[in-house]
Design a protein around this ligand. Structure first.
Ligand code: AMP
Length: 489
């Protein structure tokens, strides 16, 4: 298997666009999926964002649609032929931007529709005719109901981040949308995980799909060093700071389980002199983009985020991810740590485990099928040598329980769905469309020797992890968890 784009015989306009993007070789998902999609077969692909999966489905899809290319100004000559569905506005925007770049030397038109934006400009674009429509499910249904989008000529449908869409509660919306599509079509489903629900979805809507897995379901990238440190709630910020210092890490994502906790932690870290911003679902699209810009420019070093807010942010080179709170949902762990060690870069994922979190850690173990060891982080004397004021500790204690309640409520079901999608059906709030250059940056090229061998560097790296998959070879577990917490008391 070769990893070069030149072997694909892509049409010249597509090959030119790829060359312009600076892609030298295919990523594993591209090498596997592109030839299959070119044959028109259904695909069930296990791949996370950051693996190059957008090009993996959009390049062959564009190639197959080129036969319809035309310069007519008549909307009737530009019906929707490919539909790409994503769970969040950020992801939709990011994928649409990539598709535009791959299609830039063709006559194929593409558009994106997602909630949180005025429907009018989207409507105008749709009415002019677009061949490739990228959308979040709720807003697409609005356009279908308003008769702005007609889907009876769709030849390709892509369900991207399908696990996320189900998790957010989009299944009924997806089912409705799929009912508007012709039965004769190609369906591509991409998901970071192949849960039983995803398999059921695939069973209902895919025909004899070819399964492509670049990483086994629920596997975490081998380039991510995963560490679990026992930490009482009061000590967590000190551990974060100590890890950053010890490793010389400048920038990191810090995940928390609640919007409330997100704001509070960001404020505390800010007070302690760390350049911090909070990213959660209550922030407007504009605020989120500003926070991201600031992070990218290095004006902000720590981005404290909730799962909802961070979903779909393809920011490369985040050297570290902290799970300040162990996620309630083990699959979120996989998603969270996928923010680091992306597309070949190495990364560090530190999870802070308090005694009450052990059940959640066990859930993660079960999901990623790896034994996890919780270590002690060697903090200097906790009470004397830290910069964290004693008084501030009390501030955190009561927040945990109420945060958890608060988090569970909006992050599930309808509200969460609307939050992700940015939809406000009754009152459309104009917001800025993301033109975030993060999303366009190609990742660093892999080691040429590995490229030659057709192997991705992140697949081939740390042999050492083989003995204990998912864990760094450097991890030397010290004591078992129960013992740790006993001694801490
Ligand atoms: P995706 O997983 O599709 O969101 O892609 C993640 C990032 O990788 C995007 O910024 C792409 O532009 C970039 N990318 C995709 N394919 C390649 C490739 N073959 N070589 C280098 N960068 C790529």
């Amino acid at each position: 298997m070769t990893a070069s784009f030149s072997n694909l015989s892509l049409a010249e306009p597509l090959a030119r666009a790829v060359a312009e993007m600076g892609y030298e070789s295919m990523t594993p998902i591209q090498a596997q999926a592109i030839p299959v999609v070119l044959t028109g077969k259904d695909v069930m692909g296990a791949a996370q964002t950051g693996t190059g999966k957008t090009a993996a489905f959009s390049l062959p899809l564009l190639q197959r649609l080129l036969k319809h290319e035309n310069t007519s100004t008549s909307p009737a000559r530009h019906p929707v032929r490919a539909l790409v569905l994503l769970p969040t506005r950020e992801l939709a925007d990011q994928v649409a931007q990539q598709i535009k770049m791959y299609a830039k030397y063709t006559q194929m038109r593409s558009a994106v529709v997602f909630g949180g934006m005025d429907m009018k400009p989207q409507t105008l674009e749709l009415k002019k005719g677009v061949e490739i429509l990228v959308a979040t499910p709720g807003r697409l249904l609005d356009h279908i109901e308003a008769k702005n989008a007609v889907l009876n000529q769709v030849e390709y449908v892509v369900l991207d981040e399908a696990d996320r869409m189900l998790d957010i509660g989009f299944l009924p919306d997806l089912q409705r949308i799929l009912s508007f599509l012709p039965k004769q079509r190609t369906t591509l489903l991409f998901s970071a995980t192949f849960s039983p629900e995803i398999k059921r979805l695939a069973g209902s809507y895919l025909q004899d799909p070819i399964t492509i897995e670049v990483a086994r379901p629920n596997e975490t990238a081998s380039t991510v060093e995963q560490r679990f440190y026992a930490a009482q709630d009061d000590d967590k910020r000190r551990v974060v700071k100590a890890v950053l210092n010890q490793r010389g890490i400048k920038q990191a994502f810090i995940f928390v389980n609640s919007k409330l906790g997100c704001g509070r932690l960001a404020r505390s870290l800010e007070r302690e002199g760390l350049k911090t911003a909070a990213l959660h679902g209550d922030k407007s699209q504009d605020e989120r983009l500003k926070a991201l810009e600031a992070f990218k420019k290095g004006e902000v070093d720590l981005l404290v985020c909730t799962d909802v807010a961070a979903r779909g942010l393809d920011i490369k080179d985040v050297p570290a991810v902290f799970n300040f709170d162990v996620p309630f949902n083990a699959e979120d762990y996989v998603h969270r740590i996928g923010r680091t060690g992306r597309a070949g870069a190495s990364g560090l994922a530190v999870t802070l485990v308090s005694p009450s979190d052990m059940r959640l850690v066990a859930d993660i173990e079960k999901l990623i099928k790896n034994k996890l060891e919780v270590e002690t982080f060697p903090l200097e004397d906790a009470r004397s040598s830290n910069n964290f004021g004693e008084g501030r500790r009390d501030e955190r204690r009561p927040e945990r329980r109420e945060d958890r309640r608060e988090e569970r409520r909006p992050e599930r079901g309808f509200e969460r769905r609307r939050e992700e999608e940015g939809d406000r059906r009754s009152s459309f709030r104009p917001a800025q469309v993301s033109r975030d250059p993060f999303f366009e940056k190609p990742y660093e090229a892999q080691d040429p020797a590995l490229a030659q061998a057709g192997t991705a560097s992140w697949e081939a790296s740390p042999k050492a992890t083989a003995s204990r998959p998912g864990l760094s070879a450097n991890i030397k577990p010290k004591r078992k968890v129960a013992a740790l917490f006993k001694s801490a008391e």
